[in-house]
Design a protein around this ligand. Structure first.
Ligand code: PRP
Ligand code: MG
Length: 212
């Protein structure tokens, strides 16, 4: 019998809440994070623990059928990948921030500036929409340090509590997008897997309703 292959973040902000919601829909998975793959005991499902940034490509290629992933990651690298359900946890925004000591005089003032980010596609879309040109520095993590070390004039990164911005003396001046955890589906999902996904989605909807 077919199983639905679902990806969950291996480690990071979404991991715990993703496992929690699967548990709440009655799916019990028998292992910790040590294995990269685990089967559910009572539902036709296999969980793959993957790095966030790798998940969109696996969905595109149909290596996995579905994923619990941050909407922002899909927007950054996920052309053609459908969102089946918003899951209501891990809310954040992708925002542009500048040093607190710099005066901000609107979007136009970003023209010609150096922006550090891990989200180049999202930033480029924002720049194009606003007819701006800027120089991008792509960094994979600790983006907020960039202005302090003289690498950039501004940053675009995830903001959740805002404490990382605060600690680095940065001020959020533009929100590029809002994000939360979502259930995403591969464009190549098979018929049987789709049926299982529908069942999973139905259960998720009941849990989400009860939470509200
Ligand atoms: C993430 C993100 C921000 C921060 C936002 O970084 O890149 O820096 O969390 O959260 P906050 O608003 O609650 O402070 P993370 O700690 O995951 O590390 P990384 O940037 O090195 O990946
Ligand atoms: Mg960070």
């Amino acid at each position: 019998m077919s199983k639905l292959k679902i990806a969950v973040q291996k480690s990071g902000r979404l991991h715990d809440d993703s496992m929690k919601i699967l548990k709440e829909v009655g799916i019990s998975i028998d292992n910790g994070r040590d294995q990269l793959k685990a089967s559910a005991k009572n539902f036709p499902l296999e969980v793959f623990y993957l790095r966030n940034g790798d998940i969109p490509q696996y969905l595109k290629d149909g290596i996995i059928d579905a994923a619990i992933i941050g909407e922002n990651v899909l927007i950054e690298n996920g052309n053609n990948i459908g969102i089946v359900e918003k899951l209501g946890f891990s809310s954040c925004r992708v925002s542009l921030a500048i040093p607190k000591s710099d005066a901000y005089s609107g979007i136009q003032s970003l023209n010609g500036k150096r922006i550090a980010t891990s989200y180049p596609n999202t930033v480029n879309a924002f720049l194009a929409k606003n007819n701006l040109k800027a120089q991008l520095h792509i960094i994979n993590g600790s983006v907020e340090i960039a202005p302090n070390i003289g690498l950039a004039d501004a940053i675009v990164d995830i903001v959740s509590s805002g404490s990382t911005l605060f600690k680095n003396n940065l001020e959020e001046v533009e929100v590029l997008l809002q994000s939360e955890a979502v259930l995403a589906v591969s464009p190549k999902i098979g018929v049987e897997e789709q049926t299982i996904l529908n069942k999973l989605q139905f259960r998720l909807q009941s849990v989400l309703k009860a939470r509200n």
